[in-house]
Design a binder for this molecule. Sequence first.
Ligand code: HEC
Ligand code: HEC
Length: 411
Amino acid sequence: MRLVTVTVFVIAVTLVFAVPGVGPQLHAQQSPDAVRPAKRAFDGQAIFRYDTFGDEQLWTDVLRMHEVLPSVTPVTALSVGLKVDVDALPPGAVEALRANAINLNDPAVTLTLLRLNAVVGVKGTVSDTGQLTSVGITCALCHSSVDDSLAPGIGHRLDGWANSDLNVGAIAALSPAFDAATKAEFMTWGPGKYDPRHHAFDGTKIVALNTPSLPVVIPPAYGLKGVGFETYNGDGPISYWNSYVGVGQMGGHGSFSDPRIGLTITQPPDLVTPKLGALLDYQLSLKTPKPPAGSYDVEAAGRGRALFVTDAGCASCHRAPNFTDVLDGPDRSTPLLHSPESVGQDPAYAGRSATRLYRTTPLRGLQQHPPYFHDGSAPTLRAVVEHYDQLFRLGLSDGEKSDLVEYLKSL
Ligand code: HEC
Ligand code: HEC
């Protein structure tokens, strides 16, 4: 029965894949947000939250995470930033958690959470005999958090929020597939960071892309409507990058090709490409969260806004409404970008991208996702302002710096 379902699914996917305009070649040359197949055969939210695109071929077959996770306690899982979706738990379990009647030091509880599909961004299959038989990951792992309504790390999903607690390096270092030196390198990344240009998975093996690793801050996936080009380097529209990550990083079963970075991965049938349209729509629907009430000084923010657009010159690049100038290029398919030197940023990460430049980051929900800049070099918004004050010799007074910070907190 199960086999039949899977076969029908594969056929359905193959059919959708045959629709014109939904090919694996998603080049940056396509106009922003352009990948829009006429018919939505998929549910974007479900893909974002639950779809592994068959990346069990990496996380289970190669990384063997299904052998490791059964000995991880919920306390450990929460400590590396994994989140628990309270809405996936039966009412009895919620009550028991509230009453502290569940032993979060018992690895068996981790298996139960996986069986309930309650670990955000991690999909495990548990057999009738209680064995974890496979593990895969979804977009939500890095780009969702929870509101901590029940306990720290346990609450309702917040899709699109950067998981700034997630220690991807520490999780990957659990895999028996990596040697000690690689694990040690992963362990240096720390929470909220990941290097998507260090390696890729070609469907059978992990291939080296760039070394040493240069971990970057996991950004939010909300507030991107109308922005145009995504990623720190503006390599392409959202679907270009979703395809890059879905295939090459998550290890999904699909195809990706970009000659600019010398990467081609071909794996038919493609379980990623046909879903990109629906996934795009869902991402564009994710709104920037409002700053928490009372979290900034409204009057100071007003003064900060005036500085932002005049004396401090921020708005020459961070242009309303999305606080970026990336679409101010000669045409809508050519991003306007900045050299690393012109914005005082490290050239190394840009050098590994297709454009070798940096995109003016659209400022959104800034209080939610410190640290700032691609490499997290500014731990606070104050550090961001100091960076620009020195770089552009703005000569801002202490009070003006504070006002700018209050304004940034309001975005
Ligand atoms: C292992 C963690 C991880 C996973 C899983 C992951 N991402 Fe990301 N994502 C990142 C990092 C790190 C970046 C920043 C890379 C860059 O810009 O160079 C990023 C960038 C992005 C951006 C660009 C945001 C911006 O500000 O322009 C979007 C959109 C995005 N990811 C969506 C997704 C989607 C959709 C998926 C699932 C197909 C996904 N990501 C899976 C870590 C992850
Ligand atoms: C010349 C164009 C330019 C100017 C002027 C500029 N920025 Fe930026 N800004 C950028 C670029 C490019 C980035 C991305 C840098 C990176 O990630 O390494 C960025 C990143 C940022 C970020 C980090 C956002 C995040 O989510 O990590 C903040 C905050 C910011 N700028 C605020 C400001 C403020 C405040 C000013 C004025 C004092 C300013 N910028 C002036 C181009 C500019």
